[in-house]
Design a protein around this ligand. Sequence first.
Ligand code: FAD
Length: 378
Amino acid sequence: MPKRTLYSEDHDLFRESVKKMYAKELVPFVEEWETKGLVSREFWKACGDNGMLLPDIPQAYGGGGLDFKFNAILLEETALAGTTGPAFGVHNDIVAHYIHNYGSETVKSHWLPKMASGEAIGAICMSEPSTGSDLKAVRTKATPVDGGFILNGSKTFITNGINADVAVIAARVGDDSGAKAISLFVVACNEKGFIKGNKLNKVGNRSSDTAELFFEDLFVPTENMLGEQGSGFIYMMKELPQERMSIAISCQAAAQHAYDLAVDYVKERKAFGKAVIDFQNTRFVLADMKAKLQVGWAHLDACIQALVDKELTTTEAASAKLWHSELRCEVVDNCLQMFGGYGYIEEYEIARLWRDARVMRIYGGTSEIMKDLISRSI
Ligand SMILES: Cc1cc2nc3c(=O)[nH]c(=O)nc-3n(C[C@H](O)[C@H](O)[C@H](O)COP(=O)(O)OP(=O)(O)OC[C@H]3O[C@@H](n4cnc5c(N)ncnc54)[C@H](O)[C@@H]3O)c2cc1C
């Protein structure tokens, strides 16, 4: 990995503590979580006990009171440890931020300390069976009643859907079909009418639980609406750049991890009487990946700094999500090829990295939607 200047000594110390914690509490459990389709709650609790959750949320709400670079370190280290299981991007970078930025004081002081301690796990519920890319088309309905709203509808592909204790739900108030009817609600997942459906059987990212959710006459008090009624779509557009950066960060680190594994492998593996790395093709493919990774880290660091400085534009975040997710898929596929047949065998980590990569071009907005967003700025 090239030398990076983004991080200070405090960030480096945090990274070291995360690495140590992961060596004990994460790496030995990845296979078990992959089989169960779920990261253990004990791990989330251990992260809370080690002060790793909600790094950039103010200390008054149980967070670390730090900057987003600490969130980025968690994402990088998780990917460098070879898993995408603990969905810190969703919990730390998305759900906590919706609650912190738009929640009432009661909602913030109830949920954020629980999320910081690992007692409560967060989920973001935008996608529905009939719509994902086109968020304006969500059908989940919030009907105004005395003291709040009654939610009816369903969501799908929800990360942390099974483990979740708190969910931010996008729903439509009234019969208007436009974006202005969408509002966001914070809901405890054990409320009557909040039904967790099937854990979806995915191609990759298997240790991360992804579920269908159903809302049947789910009562949500008015104070659990985030911000202003009808502003949900605007809030989503404001928060999506940070979600997209979380994905870009994970992708760059996961690509680096796959590259490092491949370099180790081709130095050991022999064919035609020499190490696989000694073939010019292997060295050229590795060189191409190394150059792209170097450029990738420089670009990523510039975007993280811009995000911390609140200067990252929607277009830049979309470009970062597009480029780093495509890079991850390209690098991981090239690296699997270097493992030959072993690359296709589950006991080799590269096989899992290859499966895990594919969804990165889909969730958080597909590559096509990223291109559409970028093209609007031209
Ligand atoms: C593992 C996983 C985890 C996820 N986690 C979450 C989560 O936690 N919360 C959540 O809310 N959602 C989540 N999602 C949903 C994800 O964000 C959506 O799947 C994604 O946004 C695409 O929506 P869709 O599946 O409905 O595809 P569609 O919108 O139906 O798109 C189908 C195809 O059409 C293309 N397309 C659509 N519109 C256009 C256009 N305007 N121009 C060009 N091409 C277009 C798309 O790019 C795609 O190739 C998750 C998905 C997966 C698979």
